[in-house]
Design a protein around this ligand. Structure first.
Ligand SMILES: Cc1ncc(C[n+]2csc(CCOP(=O)(O)OP(=O)(O)O)c2C)c(N)n1
Ligand SMILES: [Mg+2]
Length: 284
């Protein structure tokens, strides 16, 4: 039986008190709760403080380019559907540089889970505004305050009919770990946006700031199969911030739609090299 210790314990480069510790804890708890062995799991990340998370778990990992978590994660799942694939990204990574990939991954619906460490700031590069920084937030670069309308990742995902859309809070590890487990179990593309306080570069959206505002959707009788209600809930931001599963629907995945995968994962399929030879002959 798999245990938390099987995922290892590593020294991190995160600041003491960082919200990323809650996410790491919740992820390990979710994987162990689902009985996933480290060799059955692949974590794909980009660049950022968030992108370091896979360095701190003993399992399969791929750390690629900033904003480019989703293409290799989608490819890995297509090659081996037996793997549990998670893409790990920051708000800059997933919603800024990787925004285009996010839109099209949602449309494609691969059976992978995207965890976004949403600290509403570029952490690794020391505190520039990100697409989710609140209006008016002052940084060393945005000296007069952020004036761009913040991107609402949940509303965007629901408008694209994303098959699973949730928001968690790094300060509520057991709730977050439950959400991550649900997202992994869901068949299709799952987005879990995680409110993750950055204790060094975001002095506005602190643990206390989030704690005073978050409430659980499941306590309100919210029905995740109601897309219109999910959209309405996704617009709530300010004095009250909902967390939980906003929206969930069933439907064919990217892998279901690929005829080449009907005979099982690519790596298990026997290849008939004579077919390739015949093809090559045509070009002789
Ligand atoms: C292609 C490319 N563009 C920009 C950068 C510089 N860069 C590295 S991380 C980062 C943003 C990090 O913010 P976020 O994705 O929110 O992650 P965090 O550190 O906050 O977890 C940027 C702009 C880069 N490494 N590569
Ligand atoms: Mg960030």
């Amino acid at each position: 039986m798999v245990r938390i210790e099987d995922y290892g314990e590593f020294e991190t480069a995160w600041c003491p008190g960082c919200g990323n510790f809650g996410i790491l804890k919740a992820l390990k708890k979710a994987l162990v709760g689902l009985g996933k062995e480290p060799h059955e799991v692949l974590l794909v990340s980009g660049i950022g403080q968030s992108g370091k998370l896979p360095h701190y778990l003993r399992c399969n990992t791929f750390n690629g380019l900033h904003g480019r978590t989703l293409p290799p994660a989608t490819g890995a799942k297509a090659a081996n559907q037996e793997l549990t694939v998670l893409a790990i990204a920051g708000d800059g990574d997933a919603y800024g540089e990787g925004g285009n990939h996010l839109v099209h991954a949602i449309r494609r619906n691969p059976d992978i889970t995207l965890l976004v460490h949403n600290n509403q700031i570029y952490g690794l590069t020391k505190g520039q505004a990100s697409p989710t920084s609140d209006l008016g937030m002052k940084t060393k670069v945005q000296g007069h305050g952020v004036f761009e309308t913040p991107l609402n990742p949940l509303a965007l995902a629901i408008s694209l009919d994303c098959s699973f859309v949730a928001r968690g809070f790094a300060g509520d590890v057991s709730h977050l770990s439950n959400l991550i487990a649900k997202a992994i179990k869901h068949k299709g593309f799952s987005l879990v946006d995680i409110l993750q306080p950055c204790v060094t570069f975001n002095r506005l959206n602190t643990f206390q700031w989030y704690r005073e505002r978050v409430y659980r959707l499941e306590d309100t009788g919210h029905r995740p199969d109601d897309r219109t209600e999910a959209f309405e809930k996704s617009l709530e931001w300010g004095d009250k911030i909902p967390i939980g599963v906003f929206y969930e629907r069933r439907g064919p995945t990217f892998e279901d739609n690929l005829p080449a995968l009907s005979r099982g994962p690519l790596y298990r399929q026997k290849h008939d090299l004579s077919l390739v030879e015949k093809l090559m002959e045509k070009f002789m």
